[in-house]
Design a protein around this ligand. Structure first.
Ligand code: PLP
Length: 379
């Protein structure tokens, strides 16, 4: 089966570099290269200065894999493979699944978490949240079948900002164990939460068939490095991922690997400013939402950098977003990009200029309120 267009990425392609303001980005502002290098120890700086721009190891620079293991129970670098996050997601589905397998996946979700599974021909059952964006593991249990090979989860959740408790995550592990299925846990927003006591362990710490995906794009504000990694105790799985990479990137870029090592070894210098910014912006948006009757529901994210905000409008969310970007230069991601029914936009809290956008949005809403809230077609 052919892969469909990645709606959200196509919508970004249309507006990300032309819209004046981005209100829906899921990543935090990118840090400057000098910020990273200024943090480097003498040894890290030597690595950077002596770097050769040849091919690197397919599994990832061993020093990078060692830096990665400091965040996991395992200290075996063989259980780690480095690649770009989207590539690793794609490969995981390709090496694990065959047509006859059934998959349970969180929904709504970043499209690639479903699309690759569809193209393989597998049937998917969707694990959906309630109206407060809470996901119930008891419901997930009912979706699992005899031929379920894989459970796909994503917490912190994009787009809703939903999160699980440790006992909920443990329940999912028990369900998977009982049915002997893998869990692919997209943890791209790992550690982006204000209360570190609530932080969930990576799935690979809890389950031998648990596959953790994390990277530098979201939590670190280093999306341009294109660095991601999988951690899994199942070495056969890791080896199959490395072999598959031969057909895609083969290996990561040498400069990105060194910058990623430095970032991982100085994580708080990235994470803490990002968490602070996200919290400030959530508070600003909560105040804004209280004064705007066009916002019908704002559930502040429990984790991550995004929320899925319900609008009180008479047009579709796609029409709203198109009209907003065209007339006010503010880009938002509508629910249609997540194949989610209803009138929602994703709001991203990881950008410095967030406070500048809200007054502009207020002005736009005031000017267009009757148009947006009455049944008029938007051009
Ligand atoms: C849940 C989730 N997984 C994976 C990715 C892919 O990350 P990257 O853009 O760094 O490849 C994203 C990006 O938005 C995401 O939101």
């Amino acid at each position: 089966m052919k892969m469909k267009d990645f709606k959200l990425e196509r919508y970004f392609a249309q507006h990300e570099f032309t819209a004046k303001y981005l209100l829906s980005s899921s990543d935090c502002d990118g840090f400057e290269q000098n910020y990273v290098l200024d943090l480097a120890s003498a040894q890290e700086l030597k690595m950077w200065n002596d770097m050769k721009l040849g091919y690197t190891e397919s599994a990832g620079n061993p020093i990078l894999r060692e830096s990665i293991t400091q965040f996991y129970k395992t200290n075996n670098i063989e259980e780690v493979v480095v690649g770009s996050p989207g590539e690793l997601n794609y490969i995981t589905m390709k090496v694990l699944l065959e047509k006859q397998d059934h998959v349970v996946a969180v929904a709504p979700a970043y499209q690639s978490l479903h699309e690759v599974v569809h193209t393989i021909g597998c049937e998917i059952s969707y694990w959906k949240p309630n109206e407060n964006w809470a996901f119930d593991p008891n419901q997930l249990e009912h979706l699992v079948r005899e031929n379920t090979k894989l459970i796909i989860i994503n917490f912190p959740h994009n787009p809703t900002g939903s999160y699980l408790t440790l006992s909920e995550l443990t329940q999912i592990v028990s369900i998977a164990k009982k049915n002997d299925c893998y869990i692919f846990s997209d943890e791209m927003y790992h550690k982006l939460l204000a209360n570190p006591d609530a932080e969930l362990p990576p799935i690979s710490d809890l389950y031998s068939k648990g596959i953790s995906l994390w990277g530098t794009s979201k939590s670190f504000g280093l999306a341009g490095l294109r660095t991601g990694w999988l951690v899994c105790n199942d070495l056969d799985f890791i080896h199959r991922v490395i072999s598959y990479k031969d057909y895609l990137s083969i290996c990561s870029s040498a400069p990105s690997e060194i910058l990623s090592i430095i970032a991982l070894n100085h994580i708080d210098d990235f994470l803490q400013p990002n968490i602070k910014k996200i919290q400030q912006n959530i508070n600003l948006f909560a105040e804004f939402a209280q004064t705007q009757d066009i916002i019908s529901s704002f559930i502040p994210p429990k984790s991550g950098s995004t929320a899925f905000v319900e609008l009180n409008i008479n047009c579709s969310s796609l029409e709203f977003s198109n009209y907003l970007v065209k007339n006010a230069g503010i880009m938002t991601i509508p629910a249609e990009m997540f194949d989610h029914p209803g009138k929602y936009i994703r709001v991203g809290f990881g950008r410095q200029n967030f406070h500048e956008i809200l007054p502009l949005l207020t002005g736009f809403i005031e000017q267009n309120k009757s148009l947006l809230m009455n049944n008029v077609s938007l051009k």
